[in-house]
Design a protein around this ligand. Structure first.
Ligand code: FAD
Length: 489
């Protein structure tokens, strides 16, 4: 009886509950709170700080740029008096009853719920303390702490995090195992990687400035990306303000392509193993990694940067969520999960609608913001019984980032994703200055990679969006002596 009374006292009836203090959750909560100013909106989050988008700038029709700031939740509550932030993780969801319970015991009866609980690193192994994943400020600080005592680390993975990390680390030998043919496969082909390699090898002081060597421009047409050699390196801002330095003077990078991890051994496992190798020659290390190319390396620790797994655990038990192949909560074109009145946005969800031919989901800040914002509009439209159409931002994939110290813009099927051999690449590369790649299929532009200050993003975005037949222009599209912007004006 007492239990029931306590639980009733802490029960709350609320129209909107949003879970997650990341970009998706905060964007969603802010929009809902400002649109429904007389309703109480709850944001539940497991972390003490929330992430806010600041200095938002719409650069072109689909490209956007913004900064991300970690703020105490009080900043949000001051801005939106009807928004309450509760720092407590969700423990339980009973979707059929529209009931959500937080770790602190508080229970919410919601009308609409949006799950924005993000994702966590996929670790190669769970039970080796020398294997780290990098996800948030805490894990980045742990990484920095370990690195400050390290002589050699092994990095596994080839996405944005691995690229940035390898680029940023100083004073430590880095063994980097990549399952693809070239570095940075998630973001670009071997050609772009090749363009960026000199930055990885350059002295750190020089890196902040693109090299001043005499530019040599090369324009070429390729049938597909395999014509390019191997390459290396990249990165955005999570490490800013954190010095990533190990204990040795020189930073050596050993990059192994087409190579995965076979086994990770703890020191004890390694010493007791029957491995056919001269153990003493490898030295004494906290952990050892055997790669599929047969090589074994001892190291201080391993960074496992092999992608993420959506954080769905507390929501699944007893409910009937449809999950996608990547374990994300599958959402329809109105960000609705398969449970009634439960929406999802950001890294936790997987777009389950038939995407536009020029868009793909990637777990990035840009999409976390766009999805959080669009989910808030969908929830509002549902409450107000208004129709809503899939937002324009899902027409064309677009992302602005930094690859090493260069500006990087990715548009559409920038890596010819899903096009098979049925495409043509047009490449312009000025060493140390810019790398421009266009992806064309049937004479129409479907994607672009722009590295450096190319100033071409708006023109190419337009050409991709309007799907104009460009067959007759050929390589002229990238002729550095033609002002392409004027040309298509
Ligand atoms: P998150 O930001 O992960 O937020 C999830 C929130 O949910 C957190 O507040 C968490 O505390 C909360 N939560 C989780 N479980 C619960 C629970 N049970 N109850 C309550 N709250 C819960 N993207 C880029 O575009 N550019 C980059 O340069 C870039 N660099 C990155 C570097 C690193 C090291 C990492 C890890 C990612 C990077 N990303 C980058 C990806 C980007 O960070 C994510 O795509 C984005 O942050 C996802 O936002 P989100 O709101 O969906 O999730």
């Amino acid at each position: 009886h007492t239990e029931l009374r306590t639980s009733m006292a802490s029960d709350k009836q609320v129209t909107f509950v949003i879970v997650g203090g990341g970009i998706a959750g905060v964007t969603c909560a802010e929009q809902i709170a400002s649109q429904f100013a007389s309703d109480e909106v709850y944001l539940l989050t497991a972390s003490p700080l929330v992430k806010a988008v600041t200095n938002f700038k719409q650069v072109s029709k689909t490209l956007e740029e913004f900064d991300i700031e970690e703020q105490p939740s009080s900043v949000l509550e001051e801005k939106y008096p009807n928004l309450k932030v509760l720092q407590s993780a969700v423990k339980l969801l009973r979707a059929k009853e529209h009931l959500l319970q937080a770790e602190n015991g508080q229970t919410f009866h919601y009308k609409k719920l949006c799950i924005c609980s993000g994702a966590r690193p996929k670790l190669l192994t769970q039970d080796n303390p020398h294997v780290l994943g990098i996800r948030d400020t805490d894990s980045a600080q742990e990484f920095q702490k370990r690195l400050s005592k390290a002589k050699r680390i092994v990095v596994i993975g080839n996405g944005g995090i691995a690229l940035e990390l390898v680029y940023e680390v100083e004073g430590c030998e880095v063994i980097w195992a990549i399952k693809d043919k070239a570095i940075g496969n998630t973001f670009f082909d071997a050609g772009a990687a090749q363009f960026l390699i000199p930055s990885l090898e350059a002295d750190k002081k020089e890196r902040s400035l693109p090299c001043k060597r005499a530019p040599s421009t090369l324009v070429s047409t390729l049938t597909h990306s395999e014509h390019w050699g191997l390459g290396s390196a990249l990165g955005p801002d999570w490490h800013e303000g954190i010095e990533l330095r190990g204990t040795v003077q020189v930073c050596v990078h050993n990059i192994f392509t087409l190579c995965e991890v076979d086994t990770i051994y703890t020191q004890q496992e390694f010493l007791q193993s029957q491995l056919d190798t001269k153990k003493s020659e490898l030295g004494l290390w906290p952990t050892y990694v055997q790669l599929t190319n047969g090589k074994i390396y001892g190291c201080d620790f391993v960074v496992s940067a092999t992608g993420v797994v959506p954080n769905t655990d507390p929501f699944l038990s007893g409910n009937n969520f449809e999950l996608a192949g990547d374990h994300g909560l599958r959402v329809d074109d109105q960000m609705r999960t398969s449970e009634q009145d439960v929406y999802a946005a950001g890294d936790v969800c997987t777009a389950g609608w038939e995407p536009s031919a020029l868009w793909q989901q990637m777990r990035l800040w840009t999409q976390a913001r766009q999805m959080g914002w669009y989910a808030s509009r969908c929830m509002a439209a549902d409450v107000l019984e208004e129709p809503i159409e899939l937002d324009f931002c899902f027409e064309l994939f677009s992302h602005i980032t930094k690859f090493f110290s260069y500006k990087g813009v990715l548009l559409g099927k920038f890596n010819a994703q899903g096009l098979g051999q049925d495409h043509e690449l047009l490449v312009r590369c000025t060493k140390g200055q810019e790398y421009v790649k266009l992806v064309l299929t049937g004479g129409r532009m479907v994607g672009a990679v722009l590295i450096g200050e190319t100033d071409l993003e708006e023109t190419f975005e337009n050409l991709i969006l309007n799907q104009m037949d460009l067959s007759r222009y050929g390589e002229e599209l990238l002729n550095p002596n033609i002002d392409i912007e004027d040309y298509f004006d």
